[in-house]
Design a protein around this ligand. Structure first.
Ligand SMILES: [Fe+2]
Ligand SMILES: [Fe+2]
Length: 286
C-alpha cells in the first residue's frame, strides 16, 4: 500500500484535508461526554454549515414529525449520529464543488451519482430493516470520491478515461490502473482513512466494486451504487440492470419486490432532495 500511495500522490498531489470545523465536530460527537450546548457552539461558529444542517434536517430525507427551527432542536431531535453524517455530507459536497471549469460537468455527474447512491443505500437499509441506514448514506456519498480526486489531479487524463468508457464499455478500475497505477476505490478508501472515518466505512469504499467481501455496510453501498446505475444518475446509465443479480441483494435478503420498492422510493426522494444537495435537475447534467 505504501508504494501505491506514493505513486498516487505523485500523480494527483496532496489529498484534500477535512475542514477544521468539521473535524472538530466529528471529534466532539464521538466523545460521550460532549454536551449538546458545546456541540451547538462549535457548529454555530460556521454559519454556512449551521444553515445546511437545518435545511437537510427539515428535508424529506429525515421525515421529522415537525419543522426544526433552531440548531439546538436539530441536535436534540436528530441526535449526534445524524449530526455526524450531516457534517460529513457537507464536507463531501464541498469537495465536489469543482475547482476547475474543465471538470465541472464530470464533477456534477459524479456528485449526482453519489447522492443517488446514498439515497438508494438509505432506502435499501430501511426496506430490509437494517439499522445501518445513516452510515450507508454517508459511505455511499463518499464511495466514489476517489474518481473525483483522480479527476481533479489530472482532468485531461480522467476525461479521456470517461470518454473511452462511453465508447467501448470497460470497467473504470482497469483504465484507472493503467494510467494512475491505482483505482478509485483504493484512493477513496485512503481519503476516508486520512479523515479518520470508521474502519467499516473505509472497508466498504475499498470493496464496493468487489462482488463479495466486507459486511452489511459494504453490501448496502453496492446496492446503492447499483440503484444509481439503474436510475441513470451520473454518467453510467444501466436502465436494464436487474438488481436481483447483484450478490449483495441476496445477502441482504432483498427479493425483487423489496428491490423495486427501494428503487422507487429512492427515485421519489431524489426528486425532492436534488435541490438540497445541489444536484441539477434531470437532463441538465447529462
Ligand atoms: Fe465506484
Ligand atoms: Fe459508484
Amino acid at each position: 500500500m505504501a508504494d501505491s500511495v506514493e505513486k498516487l500522490l505523485s500523480k494527483v498531489g496532496k489529498l484534500p484535508t477535512m475542514p477544521h470545523v468539521a473535524s472538530k465536530i466529528l471529534e466532539l460527537v464521538s466523545n460521550p461526554d460532549t454536551s449538546a450546548t458545546k456541540l451547538q457552539r462549535v457548529i454555530d461558529s460556521d454559519q454556512v454549515l449551521a444553515m445546511r444542517i437545518l435545511k437537510v434536517a427539515n428535508s424529506a430525507l429525515y421525515a421529522l414529525p415537525r419543522k426544526v427551527k433552531t440548531l439546538q432542536q436539530a441536535i436534540v431531535m436528530l441526535g449526534f449520529n445524524h449530526i455526524r453524517s450531516l457534517v460529513l455530507a457537507e464536507a463531501i459536497q464541498n469537495l465536489f464543488k469543482g475547482k476547475s471549469k474543465k471538470g465541472d460537468l464530470l464533477e456534477s455527474l459524479l456528485w449526482e451519482h453519489s447522492v443517488g447512491a446514498a439515497i438508494g443505500a438509505k432506502c435499501a437499509a430501511q426496506i430490509c430493516n437494517c439499522p445501518l441506514g445513516e452510515e450507508a448514506f454517508v459511505a455511499s456519498l463518499i464511495h466514489d470520491v476517489g474518481k473525483l480526486i483522480l479527476l481533479q489531479g489530472d482532468p485531461e487524463a480522467y476525461r479521456d478515461i470517461v470518454e473511452t468508457i462511453y465508447i467501448e464499455y470497460q470497467p473504470f478500475s482497469d483504465l484507472e490502473r493503467e494510467y494512475f497505477d491505482v483505482e478509485h476505490a483504493e484512493v477513496g478508501a485512503l481519503l476516508a482513512e486520512r479523515w479518520n472515518l470508521h474502519e467499516k466505512l473505509v472497508e466498504g469504499i475499498r470493496l464496493h466494486h468487489e462482488p463479495d467481501g466486507g459486511d452489511q455496510l459494504t453490501d448496502l453501498i453496492r446496492i446503492g451504487n447499483a440503484i444509481a446505475y439503474k436510475a441513470q444518475w451520473g454518467f453510467r446509465k444501466e436502465p436494464e440492470l436487474d438488481l436481483a443479480t447483484i450478490p449483495a441483494a441476496g445477502r441482504l435478503g432483498m427479493d425483487d419486490e423489496m428491490l423495486i420498492h427501494a428503487l422507487n422510493k429512492a427515485k421519489e426522494l431524489m426528486e425532492t432532495e436534488r435541490q438540497i444537495f445541489g444536484v441539477p435537475a434531470t437532463g441538465k447534467s447529462s
